[in-house]
Design a protein around this ligand. Structure first.
Ligand SMILES: O=C(O)CCC(=O)C(=O)O
Ligand SMILES: [Fe+2]
Length: 346
């Protein structure tokens, strides 16, 4: 792991470190967890249904989940995590909207809720989001809100500044990116469109020819809050959060629990490959992204009211679909689960 360490950097959880996530196994148990992650037993509580979602990515939809009865069930939490590491994306179909406490409880089944704080170059903490985030994808911002935001660019376009329509992985610009994102639908467009789409970055890696894989051994990519438009036409984020440190992550990442290798980078945030000339590194990242978008298995999640969608940021990339009427609401509540510092696949 090649995060540039700075004095005072907040410690994040490392796979085998003393603050290891309770649900992460010690190193000698990885094989056991790997087996568990391929466990396709039915859920360990009655009344839940499991259905394959459409698309070749292998996502699943779980019905019958009752947040009050099921969130505290440790066996079910183990099962859900194993399913998430296996499938990459899973939807909990809810009968009604969750309270904030219920959303937190569902998130905590996967792991500790992330407090989004990184550091600046002097080691001082920088809060880059609230724990609970409201995603207003596709809301046309009012003049008032636009004035409040000033010159801060969030990515996306002028009418839908919060809409991330390019495939990305969340939180790549911090030392320990969130392991999982947990998005809860609050308001959806009344018309068609607005799916959240996924591509499988594990399959994208394994589909590479052996010599293409060999070329990636030992490579790391620097990520920054603002990559200054390194991958046009993707717009760069800008604003005061630019003061956060840059971080380097392996281009081929081993899954923190099940060890499976996956391509890992985010062209919204990537700056360069550390071991290559800038232009060569960017061309390589772009070609890997193009390959993933062209060849990797996909899933487009067509939202239903109250859905809770969970994805594994070490395994899949995602993007918002902007193909819904401008002015339609599309609002989510969002929590992230703490993650570990990415480690290179062996
Ligand atoms: O709006 C969406 O469909 C996805 C939003 C997103 O990228 C995220 O919550 O991380
Ligand atoms: Fe995202």
């Amino acid at each position: 792991m090649t995060v540039r360490r700075v004095a005072g950097e907040p410690k994040c959880r490392h796979r085998n470190g003393s603050r290891g996530l309770p649900e992460l196994p010690p190193a000698d148990n990885v094989a056991v967890m790997t087996a568990a992650a391929h466990d396709v037993r039915p859920p360990p509580v009655a009344g839940l249904s499991v259905a394959d979602a459409p698309g070749d990515l292998g996502a699943i939809v779980i019905g019958g989940f009752d947040p009050d009865h099921h969130s505290g069930d440790r066996d079910l939490a183990d099962w859900l995590r194993a399913r998430l590491w296996r499938h990459g994306v899973l939807c909990l179909r809810m009968r009604s909207a969750l309270t904030d406490a219920q959303h937190r409880a569902v998130t905590a089944m996967i792991g500790p809720i992330k407090d989004p704080v990184s550091i600046d170059g002097a080691g001082a903490p920088v809060r880059y989001a609230e724990e609970k985030q409201i995603i207003d994808s596709g809301f046309v911002l009012t003049d008032e809100l636009r004035a409040e935001l000033g010159d801060v660019a969030l990515g996306g376009d002028r009418t839908r500044p919060g809409l991330f329509e390019a495939f990305h992985t969340d939180d790549s610009y911090v030392p320990c990116p969130a392991s999982v994102t947990v998005l809860h639908a609050r308001q959806l467009p009344t018309g068609p469109g607005g799916a959240t789409s996924f591509i499988d970055m594990r399959a994208a890696y394994t589909a590479l020819a052996p010599d293409a894989r060999d070329q990636l051994v030992g490579l790391t990519a620097t990520h920054a809050y603002n990559n200054r438009g390194a991958f046009p036409p993707r717009p760069a984020a800008s604003g005061p959060l630019e003061r956060m440190i840059e971080v380097s992550h392996p281009v081929v990442r081993a899954h923190p629990v099940v060890d499976a290798p996956a391509l890992y980078f985010d062209l919204d945030r990537a700056v360069r490959i550390d071991q290559l000339p800038v232009a060569e590194g960017r061309a390589l990242l772009q070609s890997l992204q193009d390959h993933a978008e062209r060849d990797a298995p996909r899933y487009a999640h067509a939202w239903q009211p109250h859905d809770v969608l969970l994805w594994d940021n070490a395994s899949v990339q995602h993007k918002a679909g902007g193909d819904f009427a401008v002015g339609e609401p599309r609002r989510f509540w969002r929590y992230m689960v703490e993650g570990t510092a990415p480690i290179a696949a062996r």
